[in-house]
Design a binder for this molecule. Structure first.
Ligand code: UDP
Length: 312
């Protein structure tokens, strides 16, 4: 296949480029490099089946030649970024998804949307199955990201139903690994950076919120299986191994051998407003329809991530 990936130079996108090329496909990566970086793709620039185009997906996209798949990853998934660029976040989810779907329709290509566990908001059902409609505050600070993805899902299903486009929706839960930005602002890069530099680890509030962290190699394997499947309904992709943020901080301190203290802080800039108290994917559907299950433990994944951050 010739596959177009929006946001292909980001953290997940660059790993997906690697996987698709290793599977023999050709990859055209579009990115405006606002949060993605060329560095993530340096090793691919000479590859004869890889192309890069500097493009903002909120502007109309025109591509020469055939395409068999469009994977729409472009997004601002870190709370730090979407709190700073709320309108851009809504535009990427709305206009960016519209442009990417329009391109897929014009080319007769299958389409995969990278959606998110944030569609469940601060969930009242635990763990979260795909059948749960969520608990999102549309006008809260986080709403810009959550609603942009909920709109993107609605648009994807509308193209599927109206135009018969072959579409897929992955609801991606917290993912981590090499090539995350050090200043990404999400919890694992923050804690690893702080631990490696001897700074206090900043656990927000009382640290009792939970997340379930999936290593990036597992995640891109799930995305690829979904792309090859006939599945149009949303599929959760994540690792159900749930941990509190306070416990995560202790694990990072222990695996880095750091002397950093773990501190409790209460950010005043709104970043913990509507911050989900718990999150864990129910991955029964992914197991049943894709035969997918994550295999990298938190300890193993964190060791690889720490090794990467030691080098950058
Ligand atoms: N968090 C934290 N300290 C940090 C960064 C994040 O305690 O330095 C918390 C945050 O409040 C949230 C969890 O870690 O409860 C995961 O945050 P992240 O930004 O990684 O992703 P989210 O799941 O909120 O999108």
């Amino acid at each position: 296949m010739r596959v177009l990936i929006t946001g292909g130079s980001g953290f997940i996108g660059s790993h997906l480029c690697d996987l698709l090329l290793a599977q023999g496909h050709s990859v055209l990566c579009l990115d405006n490099l606002v949060t993605g970086t060329r560095r993530n793709l340096d090793h691919l620039i000479e590859h004869d089946r890889f192309q890069f185009a500097l493009q903002d997906v909120t502007e109309p996209i025109s591509v020469d030649g055939p395409l068999e798949a469009v994977i729409h990853l472009a997004s601002l998934p870190s709370p730090v970024d979407y709190l700073e660029m709320p309108i851009k976040t809504l535009k990427v989810g709305a206009l960016g998804t519209l442009n990417a779907l329009g391109l897929a329709k014009a080319k007769g290509a299958r389409f995969l949307l990278a959606s998110t566990s944030e569609v469940y908001g601060d969930p009242l059902v635990h763990p979260q199955p795909e059948s749960y409609w969520g608990n999102v505050n549309p006008i809260g600070l986080r709403g810009v990201y959550d609603e942009s993805k909920r709109f993107a899902e609605a648009l994807t299903m509308a193209y599927h139903r109206t135009h018969g486009l072959r579409t897929h929706i992955a609801r991606i839960f917290n993912t981590y690994g090499p090539r995350m930005r050090l200043d990404d602002g999400r919890v694992i890069p923050n804690f690893v950076r702080q631990a490696l530099s001897g700074q206090p680890l900043t656990v927000y509030d009382d640290g009792s919120r939970t997340r379930s962290f999936c290593f990036v190699s597992d995640l891109v394997d799930g995305l690829y299986k979904l792309l090859l499947s006939p599945e149009a309904d949303p599929v959760n992709l994540g690792n159900p191994d749930e941990i509190s943020i306070l416990e995560l901080a202790r694990v990072v301190v222990s695996l880095t051998g750091s002397r950093s203290p773990v501190t409790l802080v209460s950010p005043q800039d709104g970043r913990t407003e509507d911050d989900p108290r718990t999150r864990q994917p129910d991955i029964s559907r992914a197991r049943a329809v894709l035969g997918w299950t994550p295999s990298v433990s938190l300890e193993k994944g964190l060791r690889r991530t720490i090794a990467y951050f030691r080098d950058v």
